[in-house]
Design a protein around this ligand. Sequence first.
Ligand code: PLP
Length: 301
Amino acid sequence: MNTPSGVAYINREFVPISEAKISVLDWGFLRSDATYDVVHVWKGRFFRLDTHIDRFIASLEKIHMTLPVSRQELEKILAECVIRSGHEDAYVEMILTRGVSPTFSRDPRDAINQLICFAIPFGWILRPEERENGLSVFISDIQRISSASIDPRVKNYHWLDLVMGLYDAYEHDAKAAILTDAAGNITEGPGFNVFTVKDNQIATPDAGVLEGITRRSALEIAHELKFDVVERPISRDEPLNADEVFATSTAGGIMPITKLNGRDIGSGSMGPMTRQIHDAYWAKHLDDTWSESVQSVQART
Ligand code: PLP
């Protein structure tokens, strides 16, 4: 089977990604019982690695898991995966699965949590050449799994709602979906958060979503640019009447959404506020406070 080129860390060793395999008895596979995080490397530099690791540790603690290595060891493992992969622009994932219970007991406390990390080439939700024209998205009536059931701030693999949203989008001639919640507000899409711009005010949902690191970057940049920005509930119809809509994700950064449910948003191409946040986001990739070379992470003591 073809796989992207890359290197994984699994069972305490580094292997080519094609050889990284987990047991079918791992709760991560059997029950989607896992948490994960994805950080990217751009031109040989990790982007906001500390922020991603903070979120990963907060996630695993919330679901009663224990990291089998120290934070510093984790950083070095991630750096080692990237260096061994040879990728200058990489998509770097860390996963903690509940693991296998030696007796196959039904008690999750018996399972031995397993850390898996890997680095593969950087992947885009929206390829750079498609960026100007933006994404065509469908706001689906499929509801995002309730945050009363699963805390969306814990990055997780409960993706069937999002995947069904994608099929709903394909049926409506769109490339991606945004799911709604029980109150009829928008939440997020498969792998991205959503922002709207109306009358120069930027808004993003305040609850029921993963607190994306790119979302956080966009919020911080918007504050630096002195834009009016709020986190609040956004009704299903609001984005349809917005001046600009954009998505944020580690897999592509700041991405304009230019078509919603078949309707053009704004001018139908990247809007001016989206562009300013987009440009500032990529400029931050060279800023030492937001990025660090892979080599220096590996050499951290
Ligand atoms: N929302 C969901 C459900 C996600 O899975 C992701 C990323 O995979 C995001 C939002 C965006 O988060 P980040 O900006 O940290 O990549």
